[in-house]
Design a binder for this molecule. Structure first.
Ligand code: G6P
Ligand code: MG
Length: 249
């Protein structure tokens, strides 16, 4: 003869049902471990052309100080923080600078740079960048900025992209700049995604290194299109085949 289920048994069944529901909700959107769900964009040299403004700012300061500085040395500053950039420039200086002097030099360069980026317009956004942002938004891909620049908010405002991202990780929010992964780890956290589901778009070798250190794949554009550590490479964003990148493997 069948007996009615006991109360503890009913409680067990109730909780088992609850757990299944929670599991189903979690599994609702099955995600391949390699599927790209979020894209983290570096800013300078990826979305907007600020390279020349950085160069002119440093050049003006270096000339005033009598420190040799040219476009070749400038290449080493790509993706590197303001103070680390200054240290590279000072390698050619004829004397040692105190900490206070270094801070004054960096501030002076930044004032020149800010003056120059005051002229940045929507037209300075690099080829394919606006179409890429629109396409990824339409596809439901989360997007963040991962830049070493402390001028990120100013630049985004200048080009009218201040509301285009789900998260902004920039030089104001990190202690260590690329090739340290900190800025990308923060960006992924802002997107609430694990690193393996994030793609970094970078133009600097230091940024490709940082992406690898964060456990993320990278798309190298511009200068970094020659970097073989990048999973994908393109001259600029207009040349990227997003269907190929976003198709789960
Ligand atoms: C970017 C640029 C670097 C620059 C750094 C800091 O990563 O590629 O060349 O040094 O930002 O920029 P900031 O605007 O903070 O001086
Ligand atoms: Mg860059």
């Amino acid at each position: 003869m069948e007996t009615a289920p006991t109360l503890p048994f009913q409680i067990m069944v109730y909780w088992w049902g609850k757990c299944r529901l929670a599991q189903a909700a979690f599994e609702e959107e099955p995600m391949s471990p390699h599927q790209i769900k979020g894209v983290i964009f570096d800013l300078d040299g990826v979305l907007v052309s600020t390279d020349n403004c950085h160069y002119l700012g440093w050049k003006r300061m270096a000339d005033e100080e009598g420190i040799p500085f040219d476009r070749e040395i400038n290449q080493r500053l790509r993706g590197v923080s303001r103070m680390e950039s200054l240290e590279i420039i000072l390698e050619k200086a004829g004397r040692a600078y105190t900490r206070e002097e270094k801070e004054a030099l960096a501030a002076r360069k930044n004032a020149y740079y800010v003056e120059l980026i005051g002229n940045l317009r929507r037209e300075d956004v690099l080829p394919g960048a606006l179409d890429t942002l629109a396409l990824l938004r339409q596809m439901g891909i989360r997007m963040a900025i991962g830049s070493s620049s402390r001028n990120t908010p100013l630049i985004l405002k200048q080009i009218g992209l201040e509301d285009a991202f789900d998260g902004i990780a920039d030089g104001n929010r990190i202690a260590r700049s690329k090739p340290d992964p900190e800025v990308f780890v923060l960006a992924a956290r802002l997107l609430a995604l694990p690193p393996e589901n994030c793609l970094v778009v970078e133009d600097a070798d230091a940024g490709i290194e940082a992406a690898a250190a964060a456990g993320m794949r990278a798309l190298g554009v511009g200068f970094a299109s020659a970097n073989h550590k990048a999973a994908w490479r393109a001259g600029n964003l207009a040349e990227v085949d997003w269907t190929q990148i976003l198709t789960p493997v």
